[in-house]
Design a protein around this ligand. Structure first.
Ligand code: BGC
Length: 382
């Protein structure tokens, strides 16, 4: 008898406990929220990770070092959340890395030939960190600095505003650049990135975001069977050092034709000069659009998970990069390896080397003007 009473009491307690957990998690799911946790120190400054969660339980974790998206958990076709971006578990790994996992890129996304350009007849020399060329803002680009964070849950979803003041002459760039980037996790499962910048001297600016996505989940093999569509009739061929030649070539009849859905791996190893130069895809596509309205740049679908990602941007171009320089020796989150082509990037941007290419849309920013760009990564299932 005593035994029965004890087991009844136990099951009542257990039942109450289960109800309590459900109550807590249902409140957690019905409210969007932001939590903050320490992630170490860089340059003597504390680095924090902010976890933005929307009402559906989708979560983006973003750290102040590099404005880096550390994880992005979105549902698959069975409703199971999975992290779809590559990254590391420790700050030290991000500090050592040259892959730009999840980072904000600036002042200039992609390459500037020989690290040189002129504005108003004055030549500037930038840090070179990619052979003879300047890549992604230089040795200490925006991916390697600590940003100031201002979190908020007001508006269209939890958001994190990040600010950074880049000093005159940083990495060789003229002008003090005041940069503002806001990540919002909307209730439509979009990660929206709104950038703005102002300067006190004429300069060049081209900001972007460098997440490596794997819609099957980070660490779950390569991305070669993902189906890709890019809304671009033209792309920018490069020389062997990945500097655009200035030509904007039609994709028709080439392995760069993603105007209809094609597996990323369908043609990647074809005997093609451009694919050889890039070691795969590492090219800027010219988005079909007039003006700078927010418009669809690309769609990627992974049939195994059912996850679909759409990329919208106000920018004229998108760099499609297939993680050609990743290698199995990289130890990422949870000790998982990231072999070659286990993630892809879709970096919305102005075209590489624009400061030296008079026919490309200008990237010059002058005092009194405001640089602005918006890019949205939208997740759903099919
Ligand atoms: C560039 C690649 C580079 C990679 C760095 C991409 O945006 O286009 O050439 O290797 O970033 O991880």
């Amino acid at each position: 008898m005593k035994g029965i009473v004890v087991s009844r009491v136990r099951s009542v307690i257990l039942g109450c406990f289960v109800l309590l957990v459900l109550a807590i998690s249902s409140t957690a799911q019905s409210k969007s929220k932001i939590t903050k946790a320490p992630f170490g120190t860089a340059d003597g400054k504390l680095v924090d990770v902010y976890a933005l969660r929307n009402r559906k339980g989708v979560e983006a974790r973003i750290m102040t070092y590099g404005g880096t998206v550390v994880s992005l958990s979105v549902p698959d076709k069975n409703g199971k959340l999975g992290d779809v971006v590559l990254g590391y578990d420790s700050l030290a790994d991000y500090q050592k890395s040259t892959f730009y996992f999840g980072a904000l890129i600036g002042r200039y996304g992609n390459r500037i030939a020989k690290g040189k350009f002129s504005i108003d007849g004055k030549e500037y020399t930038l840090a070179t960190n990619n052979g003879a060329n300047h890549l992604h803002g230089g040795v200490n680009g925006f991916d390697k600095v600590v940003w100031t964070a201002h979190p908020s849950v007001e508006g269209d979803g939890p958001h994190l505003e990040l600010t950074y003041r880049s000093r005159d002459g940083e990495e060789g760039y003229p002008g003090t650049l005041s940069v503002n980037v806001t990540y919002t996790l909307t209730e439509n499962n979009e990660l929206k990135i709104v950038y703005s910048a102002t300067t006190d001297k004429p300069t060049v600016v081209n900001l972007t975001h460098h997440s490596y996505f794997n819609l099957a989940g980070a660490g779950n093999g390569d991305i070669l069977r993902h189906q890709l569509t890019i809304n671009a009739d033209r792309f920018a061929p490069t020389d062997s050092g990945s500097i655009p030649t200035g030509e904007l070539r039609t994709v028709k009849g080439t392995p760069f034709d993603f105007t209809k859905p094609v597996a990323i791996g369908a043609w990647i190893d074809q005997d093609d000069e451009q694919l050889k130069y890039g070691n795969g895809y590492d090219h800027n596509f010219v988005i079909n659009k007039d003006g700078n309205a927010l418009s669809l740049a690309a769609t990627v679908y992974d049939a195994t998970s059912g996850r679909l990602m759409e990329v919208f941007t106000t920018e004229p171009g998108v760099q499609f990069y297939t993680g050609n320089f990743l290698s199995g020796s990289i130890v990422g989150k949870k000790g998982q390896n990231y072999p070659r082509r286990s993630g892809f990037c879709l970096e919305a941007q102005h075209f590489p080397d624009s400061p030296n290419q008079p026919k490309f849309p200008s990237t010059v920013l002058r005092p009194g003007q405001k640089y602005e760009q918006t890019t949205v990564y939208k997740f759903s299932i099919r």
